[in-house]
Design a protein around this ligand. Structure first.
Ligand SMILES: Nc1ncnc2c1ncn2[C@@H]1O[C@H](COP(=O)(O)OP(=O)(O)OP(=O)(O)O)[C@@H](O)[C@H]1O
Ligand SMILES: [Mg+2]
Length: 470
């Protein structure tokens, strides 16, 4: 008897398995939520382009365990026992600072960063430290177990008692976690992990989201801390860590220039602690070493003051940091002058140039303006305004500022200089590092004298101009 389904079609289990997978997969629109049985360029519901992503077509009840006893009761807020999440230090002080004191049981942490910046190095070091007191598991999807062992040898942690698992199937990883019950698991990286339930390739938006969701459920269920490594990618082919930011509890990003040895870790989101804390590391052949006094990193070593250089005290989380702002203003060679800001907002630079023209009477209309924060650091706070303005003025006038001067303050469009938070802490940090004079907003003028530093308070840009070279 000929096989059912006509010639060329198999009735074997393989075809059934493929069909089952196809049936279990649907596509839904990220804009309107409309479902389609197959992928299309345009959503049939809302007409948006490239918004259909693959997802699993199973009833929610089969993916989530029903709670015993039926529906969840409504609780009175005051009657819920609230215990503060206990923090377990990782043993790496700079990492603990960014995490808000350490890891929390059941938390999912995402560590993102450019390729080769040191994600695997840091997490292997951290896990080796954690392994001294708690069980740790390092799941490697990118490197073989031997490569991990080789790195551990270089980092001097080869005798650590952590487990290493070379596996990329999320179901197998979860089964191992359930069996071996580690307290901390590192998944390196989430983009290499895949689930059998989806047909798309590892690293696609659907795979990354589904695997992270499955791992998150396990983390909450078993109280295990899971750290996911995510590559920041420029193309859309591999989903970047941004698609996971809302799923996880804590988001950390590695920053810094891969050409210099300094690395910065910044918390973007933390459900268990403050954000915008900064951890500073130096990359050495023995791995990443925490830097206790990072202020010195972001200052150039000039023998004598040079034009276009101004030192700013910025606040990163709880820690004041001294950062050098450099500016270069030069005659333009093109019809439209260039304005380039590295490490800060280009829009703020344009605004400051307008304020400088209007309130200080200095114009850069036919000149290129380049501004850079030394050391690859990124400054988001408006307290940097005054330092950027002063650095540009110093370059325009080709006059160096007085030695050992620090500047901070927000500049308003009306030419006023607004106060910034924790001015005294900033001044104390500057005094500690040997800076003897400061130009600060009037409202930040400390009532008592701060030892070792002379403070010049200014209220407006024109007043600052009078005091700058006084
Ligand atoms: N022998 C060595 N001496 C000094 N530094 C080294 C040495 N080997 C590696 N490194 C540093 O470690 C970095 C690689 O670190 P790591 O593999 O942890 O990065 P990663 O962020 O995990 O990268 P990937 O995206 O490839 O996974 C290199 O860029 C280099 O700076
Ligand atoms: Mg790596």
């Amino acid at each position: 008897m000929p096989p059912r389904g006509g010639p060329g079609l198999h009735t074997c289990g393989y075809r059934e398995a493929i069909l089952a997978k196809v049936r279990a997969t649907v596509y839904h629109c990220t804009e309107c939520g409309n479902q389609a049985p197959k992928w299309q360029g345009q959503c049939p519901g809302c007409g948006a382009w490239n918004t259909l992503v693959e997802s699993i077509a199973v009833a929610p009840a089969s993916r989530f365990q029903p709670l015993p006893g039926g529906r969840t009761p409504v609780l009175e807020l005051g009657s819920i026992p609230a215990t503060d999440a206990a923090r377990q230090p990782t043993g790496i002080a700079e990492l603990d600072r960014v995490l808000g004191g350490g890891t929390v049981d059941g938390a999912v942490i995402l560590l993102g960063g450019d390729p080769g910046i040191g994600k695997s190095t840091l997490l292997l070091q951290a896990l080796a430290q954690i392994g001294q007191t708690r069980a740790g598991l390092y799941v490697t999807g990118e490197e073989s177990a031997e490569q991990v062992a080789l790195r551990a040898q270089r980092l001097g942690v080869a005798d650590s008692r952590i487990g290493v698992l070379a596996e990329i199937q999320v179901e197998a990883i979860i089964a191992t976690i359930r069996e071996t019950r580690p307290k901390v698991v590192v998944i390196d990286s989430i983009q290499t992990v895949y689930t059998e339930a989806l047909a798309s390739a590892p690293g696609s938006v659907a795979q990354v989201r589904e695997c992270a969701a499955q791992l998150t459920r396990v983390a909450k269920q078993l109280g295990v801390t899971i750290i996911l490594v995510g590559h920041v990618t420029k193309e859309g082919a591999i989903a970047g860590p941004r698609v996971l930011e809302h799923i996880v509890d804590t988001v950390l990003y590695f920053e810094g220039d891969t050409h210099s040895s300094f690395r910065i870790i910044r918390a973007i989101k933390n459900r268990f602690g403050a954000v915008n804390e900064l951890g500073v590391f130096a990359m050495t052949d023995r791995g990443l070493r925490g830097v206790n006094n990072p202020s010195a990193l972001f200052l150039s070593q000039h023998q004598a003051p040079v034009p276009g250089s101004c030192v700013l005290v910025t606040l990163e989380g709880s820690r004041p940091l001294l950062v050098e702002i450099q500016a270069l203003v030069d005659d333009t060679q093109s019809a439209s002058p260039r304005r380039l800001a590295v490490g800060m907002e280009p829009a703020r630079l344009a605004m400051l140039l307008a304020v400088m023209h209007r309130h200080a009477g200095v114009s850069c209309g036919n000149q290129d303006v380049f501004v850079n924060a030394v050391g690859g650091v990124r400054i988001a706070e408006p307290a940097a305004d005054l330092a950027i303005l002063v650095a540009i003025l110093s370059s325009v006038k080709n006059r160096p500022l007085r030695d050992k001067l620090i500047v901070f303050g927000e500049v308003g469009l009306a030419g006023e200089i607004r106060p910034v938070q924790r001015g005294q802490d900033r001044l104390r940090e500057a005094a500690k590092l040997g800076f003897g004079t400061a130009i600060v907003p009037r409202a930040n003028d400390p009532r008592g004298k701060i030892a070792g530093i002379d403070v010049t308070p200014v209220a407006r840009v024109d007043e600052m101009m009078q005091n700058l070279w006084a």
